[in-house]
Unconditional design. Structure first.
Ligand code: ADP
Ligand code: MG
Length: 255
């Protein structure tokens, strides 16, 4: 039990047509906790992350971040879907990094990072730029501010995407297979940035097949299959001594 979770997923259910993709998922995450979410393709990991920042609308249940229902406001005991502006303001607190980087191609690395803080948070440009340069430094790309995404390797683009998410000063960072699209030699630098973030106390939920990262950096591993959490616990336990046959089977396949 986590007394005061930063993120609380409560009986979240989501179907596409007749297919139940998330089946009453509940998951609490403490502030500063780093959680690896693993599971076979199609088990609902991306859908769970996308519901966490309301890119996807659940059928029932809710996600709370810092006590606020994501995507909704609570009025007179009823949930009302947030209008777009309020939603994008709320999303500032929930950073998301995708497998495919999703940078704006016509903007430089620096411009990608400062766009949100200026456009959504309405912060002054000078302050935002200074922070952005710190973030470029954090992700090891201080000299690449003026480059366009097409001039950067996949690993560099992903590190810019992480800096861009961090520029919004999120409470929690969601990573959806952030290294899956990268050439093997570029994976390490991205994982290193994530390791640094974890060390700084960022709350993180990471969908990944990088079992070494899960074991060394994460506080908890959650194994999902068929829209349900099958098993979770300390990395050493789940990864080395899984209780469930489905977890054992999955790990045998990927290791
Ligand atoms: P994972 O990330 O674990 O691979 P997903 O959350 O992407 O799994 O998908 C879970 C299931 O939901 C899969 O069967 C997938 O085909 C289905 N699914 C995901 N997104 C959609 C969508 N937009 N429309 C219909 N089915 C979808
Ligand atoms: Mg996925």
């Amino acid at each position: 039990m986590i007394a005061n979770p930063l993120v609380s997923v409560r009986t979240l259910t989501k179907s596409y047509g007749h297919k139940v993709v998330l089946n009453r998922i509940s998951l609490d995450i403490a502030e500063g906790e780093v959680v690896a979410l693993i599971g076979p393709s199609g088990s609902g990991k991306s859908t769970l992350l996308r519901c966490m920042n309301h890119l996807e609308r659940q059928d029932s249940g809710c996600v709370l971040v810092a006590g606020e229902p994501v995507g909704y406001s609570l009025k007179n005991g009823e949930l009302h879907e947030l209008p777009d502006r309020a939603l994008s303001y709320q999303r500032r607190g929930i950073g998301m990094v995708f497998q495919g980087f999703n940078l704006f191609q016509h903007m430089t690395a620096l411009e990608n990072i400062i766009e949100g803080p200026i456009g959504v948070l309405k912060l002054p440009r000078a302050e935002v730029e200074e922070k952005a340069r710190h973030l470029l430094d954090l992700v090891g790309l201080a000299d690449w501010a003026d480059h366009y995404p097409s001039q950067l390797s996949g690993g560099q683009q992903q590190r810019i995407a992480i800096a861009r998410a961090l520029a919004m000063r999120p409470r929690v960072m969601l990573f959806d297979e952030p290294t899956s699209a990268l050439d093997p030699e570029l994976v390490g630098d991205v994982l290193e940035v994530m390791r640094t973030l974890a060390g700084e106390g960022m709350t993180m939920i990471v969908v990944t097949h990088e079992i070494g990262f899960a074991r060394e950096v994460c506080d908890r591993v959650v194994f999902m299959a068929d829209g349900e959490i099958v098993e979770q616990g300390e990395p050493g336990q789940v990864l080395s001594a899984p209780v469930h046959e489905r977890t054992r089977d999955f790990l045998r396949r990927i290791l």
